[in-house]
Design a protein around this ligand. Sequence first.
Ligand SMILES: Cc1cc2nc3c(=O)[nH]c(=O)nc-3n(C[C@H](O)[C@H](O)[C@H](O)COP(=O)(O)O)c2cc1C
Length: 217
Amino acid sequence: MSTTNFQTMTILHATCHVWSCYYHHCIIILNMSKKDFNLAIIVGTNRDNRQSIHVAHLIEQVADKFPGFKPQLIDLLQFNFSLNDTEPSQSDPNYDKLIEAADAFLIVLPEYNHAFPAALKRALDSEYAAYFHKPVALAGVSSGPWGGTRAIEAILPVLRALGMLISRVDLNFPQVQDLFNQEGVLQDQAYLPRVEKTLQELLWLTQSLRWGRDNLS
Ligand SMILES: Cc1cc2nc3c(=O)[nH]c(=O)nc-3n(C[C@H](O)[C@H](O)[C@H](O)COP(=O)(O)O)c2cc1C
């Protein structure tokens, strides 16, 4: 082969390689932007007459219209967890299935005695791998003025132990008994952009971590 032919072949080969990388990159971006990520909204209490359910429904409604997320309510009332053990065999398979399918989590977290409900800890403890390297945002709820801030602070080490990546954007619903009417309809529209901002940041984390889980070892 002449030197000129060899140079031409080398340039062609390099060009093909660049185009192939570019094409591959575009496909990844296209697939990710078309995708609806599964957002698991966990209602963090199974108490009768809980106000947190209104907060969870509000977030679900906003997420439903938010491009990029497919919300799924995970209500702790619907599952049966053994209280004697946290072995995987003592988990609820329906809970496991939903957690495995989730790309992101938003936990609605009522404040009980400056921490979060035991029912939520029990549910979280029943899984491990299905939470790993997935993002989570937190919505604190309280009847007092702090909007569940102390519950949020208390759960951070737990989520870190599970290998979750925590969003820096929280939601807080103080005096929740005044925020919704009897039918659970939000009375203060100022919360809507706050929910959207939280979802925006969570979506960024979701896309990044989904790419990481799919492409990095
Ligand atoms: C066992 C228990 C402890 C609570 N401790 C606090 C607290 O420390 N601070 C606070 O602001 N509200 C506290 N509350 C009130 C809750 O914040 C209130 O019930 C609120 O509506 C959110 O929880 P819910 O979804 O269970 O209704 C407590 C409620 C329960 C049931």
